[in-house]
Design a protein around this ligand. Structure first.
Ligand SMILES: Nc1nc2c(ncn2[C@@H]2O[C@H](COP(=O)(O)OP(=O)(O)O)[C@@H](O)[C@H]2O)c(=O)[nH]1
Ligand SMILES: [Mg+2]
Length: 140
């Protein structure tokens, strides 16, 4: 398996609901490496860039309002096949369809506030990591 890096965001609902520790525990328990971590506020501009692909969707405004409403925890997670491993740990976007045992399946019940973001490909991971982290913030 290729070693990959992926961008993970613990969304404002995860912070508000005190699920940061639980979600990071799962990432660590899986034996993935955390190579960068910080708490930030996502501003309007960063939110709109990050969710650019959804600009024409009916839920876009709600999504931007939600992701900018409170602090998030941003991580760079590294490991074999990290992009898809993290996506599987997250579970389906719709928490009603997310399997038990996944983060969204175990803790989520809302389509917008679904706790966690993970990059959906190696290519978008590279772009998203650059968008959220300076090179010197990431462990070599
Ligand atoms: N209200 C609402 N929010 C959605 C819907 N689809 C996606 N979202 C939100 O937009 C984010 C980005 O969507 P997407 O990239 O498709 O899902 P993800 O990659 O699994 O996070 C999701 O994580 C949700 O927070 C929807 O149909 N309704
Ligand atoms: Mg996505």
């Amino acid at each position: 398996m290729e070693r990959e890096r992926t961008l993970v965001l613990l969304k404002p609902d995860a912070v508000q609901r005190r699920l940061v520790g639980e979600i990071i525990r799962r990432i660590e328990q899986k034996n993935l490496d955390i190579v960068a971590l910080k708490m930030i506020r996502i501003d309007q501009k960063l939110a709109e860039t990050h969710y650019e692909e959804h600009r024409e969707k009916p839920f876009f405004r709600e999504l931007i309002d939600f992701i900018t409403a409170g602090p998030v925890v941003a991580l760079v997670v590294e490991g074999p096949d990290a992009v898809s491993v993290v996506r599987r740990m997250m579970g389906a976007t719709n928490p009603f369809q997310a399997e038990p045992g996944t983060i969204r399946g175990d803790f989520g019940l809302d389509l917008t506030a679904n706790l966690i973001h993970g990059s959906d490909s190696v290519e978008s991971a590279k772009i998203e990591i650059r968008r959220f982290f300076q090179p010197e913030e990431i462990l070599a």
